[in-house]
Design a protein around this ligand. Structure first.
Ligand SMILES: [Zn+2]
Length: 319
């Protein structure tokens, strides 16, 4: 009996400490009822190294949107992709028409489509990701749907990136362009079928998910290698601005590794709950990778239209 009382007392003490911490956090972060990992229902649990700052299940689309207005552990995940997504949308609407075409009247419909195709892919991917991080708190069913939307966005970005660069690599070898583009469409469709399968979203598939997208991204090595054999290193480097493509790969692979290993929160659990955890770093590296790709595309575009390959776009003002 006395032993039972002791256990009960301990439980009550623990509960009080936990409640005290929750109240402290609630005060600290705007009293929005943020909770600890241990308070989450099973479906919301994903990363036990992030201890606090969770938005409770809202059951409401409006409450999910309201979470944009206070700080929680998804806030930086949302805004690190929402702001660049908006920027890509502005570029999609104005960049080719207001910058490229006036500068280069030789811009043809293929250029126009390819640059905008990539900008559309970047916009969609980052917007899908922002929506996922904002709306997944709604309920388990909504979380599952938005998670799939998030993965589909990544597939769209990889596909748009690869096809747009294939155009500049093989613009005068349309057979190669068509074959590789069809391969991308087939691979992308297989990935989409895989992603839409519910098993893919299981927690224990995290490392597999990261590896899977890296492999899809890596399929771009085949056309790059083909280009190196066909045109040589120097010509290939100019055609697709290889230096920036390598930076892009570095950022994407680095991001996937950090995402897969959950660094740095695995080393110091609870210390990076709001700022600095692996998913946020992954997001920033994805944005940097996408910018490198955009830079590679614009460099390739300039090379195609001027025959000049330059490391600084500022030099192009003199052209
Ligand atoms: Zn994300």
């Amino acid at each position: 009996m006395s032993a039972t009382c002791t256990v009960k007392q301990r439980r009550n003490t623990c509960k009080k400490v936990k409640e005290g911490e929750s109240h402290q956090n609630a005060r600290k972060y705007g009293n929005k009822g943020l909770c600890h990992y241990g308070d989450l229902p099973e479906w919301q649990r994903d990363n036990d190294k992030i201890k606090s700052g969770y938005v409770r299940e809202t059951g409401s689309f409006q409450k999910c949107l309201e979470s944009l207005l206070y700080f929680h552990n998804e806030t930086l995940n949302i805004y690190t992709h929402l702001i660049p997504s908006g920027t890509y949308l502005v570029l999609l609407m104005f960049f080719t028409d207001l910058v490229l075409i006036p500068k280069f009247p030789s811009t043809n419909m293929s250029d126009y489509i390819m640059i905008n195709f990539y900008l559309l892919g970047a916009f969609l991917c980052l917007m899908c990701s922002s929506c996922f991080h904002c709306l997944k708190q709604h309920s388990e069913a909504h979380s599952d749907i938005w998670s799939k939307v998030d993965y589909m966005g990544i597939i769209v970005l990889i596909s748009c990136s690869t096809v747009s660069l294939l155009y500049y690599g093989f613009h005068d070898y349309l057979f190669h362009f068509k074959v590789f583009t069809i391969a991308v469409v087939i691979l992308g469709s297989c990935c989409a079928a895989f992603v839409l399968n519910d098993r893919f979203n299981a927690k224990n598939w995290r490392a597999c998910r990261a590896a899977f997208f890296v492999l899809f991204g890596f399929s771009g090595i085949v056309p790059i290698f083909t280009g190196l054999v066909k045109f040589g290193v120097e010509e290939s480097s100019k055609r697709v601005q290889l230096r920036f493509v390598l930076w892009e790969a570095f950022f994407y692979i680095g991001g996937a590794i950090i995402y897969g290993l959950r660094l740095p929160e695995t080393l110091l659990p609870g210390k990076f709950d709001f700022v600095g955890h692996s998913h946020q770093i992954f997001h920033v590296l994805v944005v940097l990778g996408s910018l490198c790709h955009f830079r590679a595309l614009i460099g390739s575009y300039f090379f195609l239209h001027t025959g000049i390959s330059t490391s600084s776009l500022l030099n192009l003002k003199t052209i």
